[in-house]
Design a protein around this ligand. Structure first.
Ligand SMILES: NC(=O)c1ccc[n+]([C@@H]2O[C@H](COP(=O)([O-])OP(=O)(O)OC[C@H]3O[C@@H](n4cnc5c(N)ncnc54)[C@H](OP(=O)(O)O)[C@@H]3O)[C@@H](O)[C@H]2O)c1
Length: 331
């Protein structure tokens, strides 16, 4: 086989620690009529990759995740929830994209961004990357940015002038939420470890609470919106409701099944509301985030970049549960 027709993918045939991820050669795919082929230049190793690789899912979701991703071995053996790269081939029926376009995509549940080439359907969540936005920035907007936007704007309906508390403010979702909260006109307070305080303030938090020295539940003050990216308030609405204003809303970005079900019950019978569950990414939200990045109003926080051959190290960093912003791999 001609070596130019091969590509490297990061493959995990089994569930397990970072070392189950191995680079392998595969034939480079060809697009069918409604597909585009992207040469991938950047992708992130996200908390979702870490969870799916190790099957570390919130309580109560093992069966559902097993159905989607496979019980004894991964159904989709290449991780990566996002990618950014250049279109190198298009199918006969493709109109909206051309060879040479710089694109970024949310890959949904099938993943597959940790590969040098990736086929995308024109129906996927794909946006063109504006001039001035790098591949690393574009791919880092996807996971944290789309999640934070969907929670703050759509589920929690954050309003200008409201007080927003972001728990896990230094992570991929949290760092995007701090910036988007500020753009939406909120007074943002971040909860993170002391080592991340300066970064979270630089993103726009007016105040930072170091969770290792202060329990935010016992600190004075109330919030109109609390966004929990850690699972800190899981199944414990009773313990945090005093921190919510009378019409306050709690967003559980990470929640186990009991907390997800409880959120429906609480919201039905209380003025204070709780929202949990997955988000539904879409292209217009991705384009909106890219436009904010082009205008330099939103800059996705990237803490570390690894070459593709060091992807196992990238997984180790993400597995810590304490990463700063996004961890990017360059392919
Ligand atoms: N619902 C959805 O659709 C959806 C979408 C995306 C992600 N998620 C979930 O959301 C969660 C967050 O994702 P992510 O990508 O942002 O994770 P991440 O990048 O790993 O960030 C987590 C952050 O939380 C901080 N942290 C850890 N323990 C903490 C504590 N007790 N209090 C405050 N901060 C703490 C960590 O650093 P420090 O401890 O150093 O501060 C880290 O910066 C993941 O569990 C992911 O699976 C859900």
């Amino acid at each position: 086989m001609d070596v130019r027709e091969e590509m490297l993918i990061a493959k995990n045939d089994t569930y397990g620690p970072p070392e189950v991820v191995k680079l392998q050669k595969r034939p480079r795919p060809e697009p069918s009529d409604h597909q585009i082929l992207v040469r991938v230049f950047a992708s992130t190793v996200s908390s979702a990759d870490s969870r799916l690789r190790s099957r570390r899912v919130p309580r109560g979701f093992h069966f559902m995740v097993g159905l989607l991703y496979g019980f004894s071995r991964p159904k989709y053996d290449c991780l990566g929830a996002d990618l950014a790269g250049e279109v190198v081939a298009i199918g006969k029926a493709v109109q909206h994209f051309q060879v040479g376009d710089r694109v970024v995509a949310d890959l949904g549940i099938k993943l597959g961004g940790h590969a040098q080439f990736k086929l995308l359907s024109v129906k996927d969540v794909i946006a063109k990357i504006p001039v001035g936005v790098t591949y690393a920035q574009a791919t880092s907007l996807v996971f944290g940015g789309l999640t934070a936007l969907s929670f703050l704007r759509d589920k929690l309906k954050l309003q200008s002038g409201e007080r927003l508390l972001v728990i896990g403010a230094g992570g991929a979702v949290g760092s995007a939420a701090v910036q988007l909260g500020k753009i939406m006109g909120a007074h943002v307070v971040g909860v993170c470890s002391a080592s991340k305080a300066a970064d979270v303030k630089a993103l726009g938090a007016v105040e930072v609470i170091d969770y290792q020295s202060t329990d935010w539940r016992r600190a004075p003050g109330q919030y109109d919106v609390i966004l929990d990216n850690v699972g800190d308030s899981d199944f414990a609405f009773a313990k945090v409701r005093h921190k919510l204003s009378p019409g306050g809303r709690l967003g559980l970005v990470v929640a186990d099944l009991p907390a997800t079900l409880q959120s429906l019950w609480i919201s039905m019978f209380n003025r204070q509301k709780v929202f949990a569950g997955p988000i539904a990414p879409n292209t217009s939200d991705l384009e909106y985030l890219l436009s904010l990045c082009r205008e330099k109003r939103l800059d996705p926080l990237i803490s570390q970049t690894f070459p593709f051959e060091k992807i196992v190290e990238a997984h180790r960093v993400v597995d810590s549960g304490h990463k700063l912003g996004s961890v990017v791999i360059e392919l």
